[in-house]
Write a protein that binds this ligand. Sequence first.
Ligand SMILES: [Mg+2]
Length: 473
Amino acid sequence: MIDSKNGVIGLAIGDAMGVPLEFCIREKLQKNITTEMLGYGSHNVPKGTWSDDTSMTLGLIDAINKTGNIIPTDIADNFVKWAENAEFTATGVRFDIGRTCLRAIVNYEKGINPIECGLDDEFSNGNGSLMRILPLIYFCYAKKMNNADIYKVVRDVSSITHRHEISIMGCYIYVLFGIELLKETNLNEAYKKIRESDYSMFSKQCQEKYNRIINTDISLLNIDEISSSGYLVDTLEATLWGLLTTDDYNSAIIKVINLGNDTDTIGACVGGLAGIYYGLEDVNENWKSNLLKYDYIVELCEKFNEVLNKTNSKKIPEDNRDVFFIDIREREKREKFVNEILEFEGMSLINNNADSFELAKEAVIKSIFPISIDFKKLELDFLKNTTTAAAAITNKSIFITPEEALKKVESRLNEWKKYKEEVIISLTTRVYEHTVEYAKELVESYELDIFKEFFLKNETPLDCAIDIGYSCG
Ligand SMILES: [Mg+2]
């Protein structure tokens, strides 16, 4: 009998363990290893609160429970319910959402086919679909699917928010690995199996991204070689590394949440697989008892188990595009939501990079969208109070936004120039090659001398950005 509770509760606990540490810097965490479930950390939420990873996972389960099948509109509807009405949350408040997910949900709101809502550019490969893909391990296993069908289902479910093949391949590896664990294959054997699997449906360039997982042994790498950013490939690497280098659920979670940065998602991804493999019996009792809405999650899982354990004869749609129907919602609702994105983008500089700000001596703020200079001043004041030393590896970091977005704010740069002495910032995991060039031009044209040295050294913002990262799922 399949018991999805192991993986789902395992995932939720890993998520809740990581939530208070999200965005923390590894060096700090390694000096004082966290072993307990904490509250009121990075997101200022109570102990045991889980985040978007678990919410979207539960949304997927609830959608499957409805029909026993994968119906993309059901899944996307649940993502909307979560994003707009905070359904499937631990406290009734949705306190986080990844940009790519948010944009995909807005696409769905506009009436786009759900499996075409996810962004499909290479820079939209945050871990936002990996973190919620776990229910497919159970679904595909219960349906005794072959790899070709597993691929199709994973592709479509990932594509609701993340449509690029790097995301799809990462989810596919995760699901294949999880299915092996459900079959009680031992960890190393399961890893061997996924390394031997066929990935020819993905391009060569895509497969190369997973070189360290597929063609070498990720478990042999040392901690310094494992990144814990929000980039999906990094998250999958950290997940497998954490699992393969520990011997029980609790140690695996402790090991990965103390890597810092995107701790909740890495905790969730590890927790899900570790829960499947080890079961929940030996999971730290305090962690279990502190997990919010434990009974609610178990209830959803029990229903899921029923659905899975039924010999389900319903055929999976050959092509989910066929079952899609356009569901256009009212314009007002949509606009409200789009405004929320703008607000989110503006605030994310502060929220997501708080740790980096602590370390930043000089910073430039470039906002994603034009906002009033008064608001900008508030941001500057905030930074002055929290900024004490230089950021990251190079002492300087750069916030690269898509070219289009930068253009939008170009008109504001003159106003910002007067602050250049005081502030220069910023970062993101999302580095757009072409905007590096564009940023160079900006540096030249606006005489932001402070950047010049940085660029002359030919250092790439990618190093800083990836090192610092943030939840870009
Ligand atoms: Mg999260």
